[in-house]
Each structure stands twice: as structure tokens, then as C-alpha cells.
Design a protein around this ligand. Sequence first.
Ligand SMILES: [Zn+2]
Length: 350
Amino acid sequence: FPSGSIALLQRGACNFQLKAENAAAAGASGVIIFNQGDTEDRKDLLNATLGDSYAGGIPVFFATYDVGVGLAQSTETQVRMLADVVRERAQTFNLIAESRHGNANNVVMAGAHLDSVYEGAGINDNASGSAALLELALQLQKVRPKNKLRFAWWGAEESGLVGSTYYVNQLPAEQKSKIKTYLNFDMIASPNFAYFIYDGDGSAFGLQGPPGSAAIEKLFEEYYKLRGLPSEGDEITFRSDYAQFFQDGIAFGGLFTGAEVLKTPEQANLYGGTAGVALDPCYHASCDDLNNIAQRALEINGDAMAFVTSWLSFSTKVVDDQIEAAKAEKSVARSVQSYDITHWGKHWIK
Ligand SMILES: [Zn+2]
């Protein structure tokens, strides 16, 4: 490798960190990794990460597949890279609050992430979820729940689910086993919204949540039905703070109103709004400001959160029944489930 040159690398096989470190070791002054191009979903730009132990010391850019091919085929193009990057260890916080009353051995937990991406204020993502959760917590001060209510406002979700993952992992097993359910609220007022419920029963996308998750999805479905509103399942992608709860087998559920994905004509029929436009056109952008909120969705979903959280705060029977049934089934036939978490967080490492 001609020392001092920029290395052009294609996505695939080993992870970005190793690729870039190998290039640095070979004398590269910078690295451009372009998308793999073998499938349609591997052609665009992506929010890749080198990982926090990256030690190459040289800047790494990501390019689309087409740009990469163009650079690879050109003999004349000269490339300069200018990187302006802050890379440092930072401190972040989770904020946890609990009801004074309620059975501490049967905890109903609800969480929302408090941070935004660097690019914008994050009003839909995720002030919508965290502000609604705060209001819910304040309102629930007035009641005496049977089960312990625990609220979490997570730090550093956008950096790779840091806060929630840390929280779950540092809990002693005996504490963890007392969390009956986890409810997640990450974006509940997207401007071009749809009413998504995490697909806990796997009916829409195949992957089921831990036992009890189907019951939570059903509760949310019931709420929308009672209000005469449509709703649909949302694929479990591990892109938000429920991921570690799921990994630890805790029943989970929650809401979502859409991000970068375009609204389909069917969804426009159901919910109104504009087909062919992103559910949140300002997702992870500087325009995710106070105008980037559907007040209607915020109101409807604020009530959905209250309906399900308060229901479970008085009885988790619907969840308990499914957990019991799963235990009984398990003793008959042991099965191993594995989850693909390659795409966790909003970042890709390979
Ligand atoms: Zn979010």
C-alpha cells in the first residue's frame, strides 16, 4: 500500500474498526469505506460506528456504493479528506423515579430516552416520549398503585442504547427478576405519524417478544380500538431501549409513530397524512424542533401510555398468565431462541 494515501475499502466481512485499523497499519492517511452493494439495502449511506476502542488514529469516512465504485474505477480523481471530529469519553445519566406505593416484588417499568442526536433538539425524538412520560409520572402521584411503578429517562440512547443497557446489566439478578414488564416510548408524535405498537406477539414480523409481551401489545391494541382508531404492529429491531430488557427475557411493549420510513398509501388511508413522505421527515435532523410534532398523535399516545401503564400498575395478570403458560410449555419441550442483534442501536458495526 502506498504509504500516505487514502485507502478505499468496501463494506463486508470484518467490521469497520478492524478494516480501518488494518489500513492505518499499512500506512494509510485516511479511509473511505463504501457500502457493499450486494443488496438494495446495502447501497446508501449509513450511520456506521468504529466502536469506542478504535485505535487507528486516522479519519474514516463512509460513502455510498455508487461513490465507492466511481472512486475505484477512476484513475484521475484526487481525494482530500477533511475531518472535524470530537472523540472523547463523556458522562451521561439515567434518571430513575419510583412510586412510593406498590408491591416492590412486581415492578412495572416505563422508560423513554432523554437525549437527542447531535444534529438537532430532538423534539419528536425523543422529547415526545420523555415529556409524556414525565406528565404520566406526575399524574400517577395521585393514585396508589398495587404494583411498584418505576420510571426511567435514559441517557445516551443515540450513542448505542448506552443508558438502558448499563442499567439492566448492572442490576443484580434478584432485582432484575422483580421487573415484570418494561414499556418503551421512543417517538410518539411523528408529524406524518402512524400508530405502531411493538409486535410483541410476532404476528406481523415473526419475532416474538419474551413471554408476556403479546399481552402488552394486546392492551395497547385494545386502547386504540376503544378510541375507534387504527393501529399496527411494529417490527422488533432492537433500535431502542427495550433491547437489553428483551435480551434478559423481560416482557416488553411500547409505542412508535415512525421515523425515516416512508408512509405507504395504505397508511395514509388509515391515519391521514401524506403517502410517499417519511413518517418523520426531520428524523435525526436539525429541523426536529418544536414544529416537528403532531399534537394529535401526542395526545392520543399520551393517553395510550396512561391506559396501559395504569392498567398494569393495578394488575399484571394478563402478563403473568402468559409467563406461566410459557413456563409450562418449556418444561415439555426445551427450545433455544437466538436473536439477531447485529443491527442494534442506530449504528452498524459491520
Ligand atoms: Zn429515539
